[in-house]
Write a protein that binds this ligand. Structure first.
Ligand code: BDR
Ligand code: CA
Length: 310
């Protein structure tokens, strides 16, 4: 059984991704470590607790770093709502967060499940970067790291044109991870754009009378209205859900490229940009496996399954 630790900043698409992991009987989620990102840490922790409660599970939620290494952080409240969960007026969760900090929880999970832990990062990389600063040998105990982040073709989705949100939120943290984690998998914003789910299909799955679908229905309403209005979109782009599909079913990656990727720390439009050495000019070893094409039907099957089952 895969042991999975999820670092996350929920967030509507984080929520769906986490429900997908909870719905997979082949996976044991050992905990949620929480980052500040889409909205402030107090909201993201509360939302993580709500997800665990919705699924009726008993697993720890560890609050992490409250801010990026160098502030000020941007916010994605205009997409995810002021509380990160669509301002749906959800009741307070009854569960309490763990007193163990997310960074300690990452280090501890890697020790306890050495050689068998999969770590997936669905938010800014602050917690993982600090963990790496404390223990640079961490990657030797974690055989698989999957990161949702970056925009390898440079389209980006933030005001700094070339930067994707998770990397742009904390470029220094991303730089530490991209330099020090010898090799990991990346599901980026460009892959996300290429794998949208038509709203009519998603809306249909969201009518399921399961606790997970009910929660997603409530929290996604604002985000979907915003995306439809501002991007005239016919498809929903669920970055974290796509990354989670790859985590749960690696064979869904139909096309991948191994490249050296670094993070730009400077530039009015480029701070937080992921810089890919497409033509191998630097001579640096590939540190990232970039998922370029993912089996769309398999991805949608995972999303539908999680909403109808959970
Ligand atoms: C990423 O940014 C966040 O808003 C989403 O939750 C996702 O992790 C996409 O750029
Ligand atoms: Ca996220």
């Amino acid at each position: 059984m895969t042991k999975l630790l999820i670092d996350t900043d929920p967030g509507v698409d984080d929520a769906l991704a986490i429900l997908m992991a909870f719905a997979d009987p082949a996976v044991e989620v050992v905990g949620l470590t929480v980052a500040a990102g889409n909205v402030g840490l107090h909201h993201t922790v509360r939302n993580a607790l709500r997800l665990v409660e919705t699924a009726g599970l008993d697993l720890p939620v560890h609050p992490g770093c409250p801010a990026p290494i160098l502030p000020p952080p941007p916010s994605a409240a205009f997409v995810h709502g002021e509380d990160g969960f669509g301002d749906a007026g959800l009741p307070e969760p009854a569960r309490r967060a763990s007193s163990v900090h997310a960074v300690d929880a990452i280090l501890e999970a890697a020790r306890r499940h050495a050689g068998e832990l999969t770590l997936v990062c669905l938010g800014p990389l602050t917690n993982l970067a600090v963990a790496l600063m404390i223990d640079p040998t961490l990657p030797s105990r974690v055989p698989r790291l999957v990161v949702m982040g970056g925009a390898v073709d440079g389209r980006g989705n933030t005001e700094r044109i070339k930067a994707e949100f998770n990397i742009g939120f904390d470029p220094e943290a991303a730089d530490i991870v991209f330099r020090r984690w010898p090799h990991f998998e990346l599901v980026d914003w460009e892959a996300t754009l290429a794998h949208g789910i038509p709203f009519d299909r998603l809306d249909d799955w969201l009518t399921a009378e399961t606790p997970g679908a009910r929660l997603m229905r409530a929290i996604a309403e604002k985000r979907h209205a915003w995306v439809r209005a501002h991007r005239s979109a016919t498809h929903s782009h669920l970055a974290d859900a796509l990354a989670m599909a790859v985590v749960l079913e690696p064979a869904l990656v139909a096309e991948a490229e191994e490249r050296h990727v670094s993070v730009s720390l400077v530039g009015e439009h480029t701070r937080g940009m992921t810089v890919v050495d497409w033509t191998c000019r630097t001579g640096l070893a590939a540190n990232v496996r970039i998922a370029r094409r993912i089996d769309q039907a398999g991805f949608e099957r995972r999303v539908e399954g999680a909403l109808r089952a959970g």
